[in-house]
Design a protein around this ligand. Structure first.
Ligand code: PXP
Length: 241
């Protein structure tokens, strides 16, 4: 069955470039890159407001909650402070992620089983405000089941390990992704995916059953250094068709 896959562009690393100068330089302009992404066909903008504020700042969330021309997807740790921010600025989507201070990026999936009650409460609170919730998890059937039980709207499967693995390990991870996607769909959860995706892996991830959305950041920002944001995103939109 042919399906249209939504592209969310994660602009965190546009903010990284700005923040390496202490946030004092007004460039690169986040909103300009958001507009370029949308012009190229992105239907969602994704940002991760981390506890250590290493890239996206609270003022970016305020700005994009007003000016983002497409859906805004806020990746966030499930903390009272972040739930308050999401409740206040009401993005279209929130993606709950695990967060460790020392990590270079979101290294693993959320352990929904371990923090069921906390996650369930945060989901209910934000859904009551009209925010849809996805949970960033490893392709693990127990975690998919838990995501369903806590009332999530979607699961986003962590593709980072699959991207880096080679040979047999890669094939096994792909099998896990497929099984988890089928189960998520059977339970009525939307299937999203993200992390580490480039053009080559985007071409493959398209084959994941029931995939509705991918969120891609680091690779696109790196490609944009070579050829500009618009062509980099445009090509990804073409790859996902
Ligand atoms: N999805 C989630 C939940 C993430 O945490 C990230 C990284 O911020 C991404 C997608 C995008 O990953 P990448 O920047 O490697 O494309």
């Amino acid at each position: 069955m042919k399906q249209k896959i939504r592209l969310g562009v994660n602009v965190d690393h546009v903010a990284t470039l700005r923040q390496v100068r202490g946030g004092k330089a007004p460039y690169p302009n986040l909103l300009e890159m958001v507009r370029e992404s949308v012009r190229a066909g992105a239907v969602q903008i994704t940002i991760h407001l981390r506890e250590d504020k290493r890239h996206i700042q609270p003022h970016d969330l305020v700005l994009l909650s007003e000016k983002c021309p497409v859906d805004l997807n806020l990746e966030m740790a499930v903390t009272p402070q972040m739930v308050r921010m999401a409740n206040r600025y009401k993005p279209e989507w929130c993606c709950f992620v695990p967060e460790k201070r020392q990590e270079l990026t979101t290294e693993g999936g959320l352990n929904v089983i371990q923090s069921k009650l906390k996650i369930q409460k945060a989901i209910a609170k934000l859904q009551a405000r009209g925010v849809e919730i996805s949970l960033f998890i490893a392709p693990n059937l127990q975690q998919v089941k838990a995501a369903f039980e806590v009332g999530a709207d979607a699961v986003e499967f962590h593709t980072g390990h699959w991207v880096l693995y080679q040979g047999r390990k890669k094939q096994n991870e792909w099998k896990k992704l497929k099984q988890a996607a089928v189960m998520a769909h059977q339970l009525g959860l939307r299937v999203h995916a993200g992390h580490g995706l480039d053009y080559e892996h985007a071409q493959e991830i398209k084959k994941l059953p029931y995939l509705k959305e991918v969120n891609i950041g680091h690779f696109l920002v790196c490609e944009a250094l070579r050829k500009g944001f618009y062509p980099a995103v445009k090509k990804m939109v073409r790859v996902l068709k």
